[in-house]
Design a protein. Structure first.
Length: 165
């Protein structure tokens, strides 16, 4: 199983055993289709089968099979939840997946992704090449043509004037 962290249980919700997850994704709707979460129970991976998920105030409220009271849900507070990487919707990437990828243009290599910043409206990729100043590329469809994690590259079209000194 290839698991990735998806968020932290920050509290219980209500009296019927729901847990409140602070997700580590900006695409909360992507959580609505998750059927199973995983967590570490003293070095052993355990699963939580989802009955229902809803979004409430930038958190996911999750009803899990077998957890029927606030007291039962309380033991999950502070736990990090994981999902199988294969459950990520296509087009969603984690920053850790992007760091180190080679950024390519039609003219060749621009550099490697060294950081990703969130600006609110879109992410920005910091791209550095040895001996050059960093380039900051907006992660929007007009710039990012293709992301290929397996082959280790991002193909981009650099906006006019961005590389001019």
């Amino acid at each position: 199983m290839n698991l990735i962290e998806i968020g932290e249980v920050v509290n219980t919700h209500g009296v019927r055993g729901e847990i409140k997850l602070n997700p580590w994704t900006d695409s909360l709707d992507s959580l609505l289709d998750v059927e199973t979460f995983y967590y570490d129970a003293s070095g052993k991976t355990e699963s939580l089968v989802v009955q229902q998920i809803r979004i409430h105030k930038n958190c996911a409220i999750i009803k899990v099979e077998g957890i029927d009271s606030m007291q039962m849900a309380e033991k999950f507070r502070g736990k990090i939840l994981f999902i199988e990487k294969e459950e990520l919707p296509e087009g969603l990437y984690y920053i850790a997946d992007l760091i180190g990828l080679t950024v390519m243009t039609n003219d060749g290599e621009l550099g490697k992704v060294t950081d990703v910043f969130s600006t609110g409206s879109n992410d920005v990729y910091e791209v550095k090449k040895q001996g050059s100043k960093p380039v900051y590329l907006p992660a929007i469809s007009q710039v990012v043509e293709e992301i290929n994690i397996l082959e280790g590259f991002i193909k981009v079209t650099v906006p006019e004037g961005l590389l001019d000194d």
